[in-house]
Write a protein that binds this ligand. Sequence first.
Ligand SMILES: [Zn+2]
Length: 183
Amino acid sequence: MIPMDTLFKKLIQAIGEDPNRNGLKHTPKRAADALQFLTSGYDQDLTKIVNGALFPTDTDGMIIVKDIECYSLCEHHLLPFVGKVHVGYIPNKKIIGLSKIPRIIDMYARRLQVQERLGQQICDALQLILKPVGVGVMIEASHFCMMMRGVEKQHSIAVTSHVAGSFKRDARTRQEFLELIRR
Ligand SMILES: [Zn+2]
């Protein structure tokens, strides 16, 4: 495989720039490091991230973690989409360490993505680990491919929602989720 920094050097040339000029000399290496980090989610593993941080509980109340920052790359344009993820679930005898939820989000966000699939994968992962009574994931994100190019709409936000279990079956539960994340 051709190393990423060699490819970035060629890309800079294809843009019509001189990759050897002072400001760009170290750019291929830096850009490669950045892209490697932004796609590091492929090398991660759900079980390793959770690392046993599941705890027994008696509560059947809804647990919400909201406004989790999320940075991902749109797979159609390789441009960022950034926003917030809101997660809610009703436990079924076990809860997950709160800090694990953002780490699960990052694992899927640091890949080439579409927002719709990202939400589904987060929802499926929580289903798998927690087997909860119900779970919901909402993402609100701005897409740079819409803001900087194409339709050039800077203020539109894409909202996606994925629900399972009682969040899907029961309109009141879903309503409670929406109210809690809007607060
Ligand atoms: Zn795009």
